[in-house]
Design a binder for this molecule. Structure first.
Ligand code: FES
Length: 147
């Protein structure tokens, strides 16, 4: 299982301040992780932000644990986003946070966790992190519907 604290610590104090993107965020913008589609995904969600028109699609592949579904492991995750730099970097790091971890961990993540893992976001861009967290939660609820 991936160590969330290590990812979290990696993002802390990496230069995010005021109106600037942190080094971690810039790296995720230049090299977004987990971009793409999973054709045989176990869960899918598409969410949008009506205030700006951006939207995000997320695909999850799981090693399902039928007795305790929250212990199912997210073995792969991909995303496609139509959105601002904030939407790209928050989607990218959110997929890194959940990949290899279980569903319970993914559900425990908040938008603040995503922002912290990036080492902050410029003022006014914090709301962009909501889309990634919302997409993960909607996708997980999609698993429940398939039972
Ligand atoms: S401005 Fe729409 S998600 Fe960033």
């Amino acid at each position: 299982m991936k160590d969330f604290k290590e990812l979290y610590d990696r993002g802390k104090n990496r230069g995010g301040r005021g109106d600037l993107y942190s080094k971690v965020a810039l790296d995720h913008f230049k090299y977004p992780r987990n971009v793409g589609v999973i054709e045989d995904a176990d869960a899918y969600a598409r969410v949008g932000d009506s205030s700006c028109g951006d939207f995000l699609e997320i695909y999850l592949k799981l090693k399902l644990q039928e007795i305790d579904p929250e212990k199912s492991i997210i073995t792969d995750v991909k995303f496609r986003v139509f959105g601002c730099p904030g939407a790209i970097v928050t989607s990218s790091i959110a997929t890194e946070l959940v990949k290899g971890n279980d569903v319970a961990f993914a559900l425990s993540l908040s938008d603040d966790d995503v922002i912290e893992a990036l080492g902050g976001l410029p003022e006014g861009k914090e709301h962009c992190s909501l889309m990634a967290i919302s997409a993960i939660r909607v996708a997980i609820s999609d698993i429940a519907k398939k039972d």
